[in-house]
Design a protein around this ligand. Sequence first.
Ligand code: GDP
Ligand code: GDP
Length: 459
Amino acid sequence: MSFTLAIVGRPNVGKSTLFNRLVGKRLALVDDQPGVTRDLREGAARLGDLRFTVIDTAGLEEATDDTLQGRMRKLTERAVDMADVCVFMIDARVGVTPVDEAVADILRKRGRNVIVAANKSEGRAADGGVIEAYSLGLGEPIRLSAEHGEGLNDLYAQLLPLSEQFSERDRTDTPETDVSVDDEDGDDDIRVPTPDKPLQVAVVGRPNAGKSTLINKLLGEDRLLTGPEAGITRDAISVQMDWNGLPVRIFDTAGMRKKAKVQEKLEKLSVSDGLRAVKFAEVVVVLLDAAIPFEQQDLRIADLAEREGRAVVIAVNKWDAEDDKSEKLKMLREECARLLPQLRGVPLVTVSALTGKGLDRLQQAIERAYDVWNTRVTTAKLNQWLSGMVEAHPPPAPSGRRIKLRYMTQAKTRPPGFVVMCSNPEKMGASYSRYLVNGLRDTFHMPGTPIRLYMRSQS
Ligand code: GDP
Ligand code: GDP
């Protein structure tokens, strides 16, 4: 029994306050300035014995479509479409305004189940507004005080019959949550995320690379706002989605820089936010702007992801704006190999976040990178491989005594890490290690992923 409730209404009526009450944590921002909370925000809500998902929406004002308000209006429409039931909130102390009427219009056109809530109705000052709320023609309004927690019983009473209706619906369609494990030959153990543990992806990149646009497009909804307006709050830190049954959680680093106002500050912040996101993530998507690829900041973040041992995918965005695509792609591949040798073979995918072109390939690359990151190779295969490598190219012989490689095993996954038992490990040198790492990559199909190689002497 699960359903989604969206709280809609114009700015400052108290939507976030109700959201906080239902979720029980201070996830949403509350502020006296209209329009502070502008993103869709999801939370797991409780009301009595009811459990459901609550969406806190943007406020909206009457405006044309390419203004900020216009886009917020669109966002509200999306929320209504996503929801099973909407709480339409007005400010009972103000009464019904033309903007409220506009929201009511949307709800009449699209909403299935609407509960009208006249908020801020503690005390007598609200009486007039509560009565006015009947005039919206959307049913009997409930008197609510989100701030004081009054009227929640009435909200519960209106929700209960609806929730029974939804659970009836859930019983009749059976969801499929079958996740198959790719384990064909029985020994290479590839782990696949279970439905309750989504694949964690971070999208990192310079400001304006198109991170928000990309995440929006992947979500298929304008869940985050993008654009040049200053002060847009993007504090949705992560969003969850479903790729053909694979649950994926994407960390929105754009959202982590909501407080920055000045451009230079943005540059700095986006690096440290990137660091945070990298730590959360299993797969890091480094989003480049095709017009200015492989800038210093891009390289730093890719290197950081490698050092943190994350799976990496390079996505080159704004590919729609490129003219000579094949020449450009050749150049990009060369630069990638030259500038990121530590991530040899890293998948490089060209995308247009704007048009959505290439996003299916990006999703595949992310899933593949995750699988590679989880690669496990049996000890038998490794040792067979090792003797071949030594035969083809013997280890160095510092001061006349050749280093002996005795034995090898995989010590860890995520990322793959291998231990080589040998004599004089400290004299092995970087180039022989690199030879082994590159050999591992090629033979066991581990492009792009960080690979750790530990040389140990037998004690
Ligand atoms: P939103 O923009 O619709 O999400 O509104 P907020 O939740 O941010 O609330 C706007 C302002 O209204 C804040 O200052 C809240 O403290 C205040 N507020 C919210 N609910 C109530 C209420 O029940 N009574 C009163 N008096 N103020 C409230
Ligand atoms: P963020 O700062 O990385 O989140 O970047 P945004 O998503 O806000 O995008 C910055 C600008 O680049 C916006 O004006 C977008 O419309 C534009 N943009 C994003 N993706 C693309 C794309 O694929 N092609 C083109 N031509 N422009 C894009």
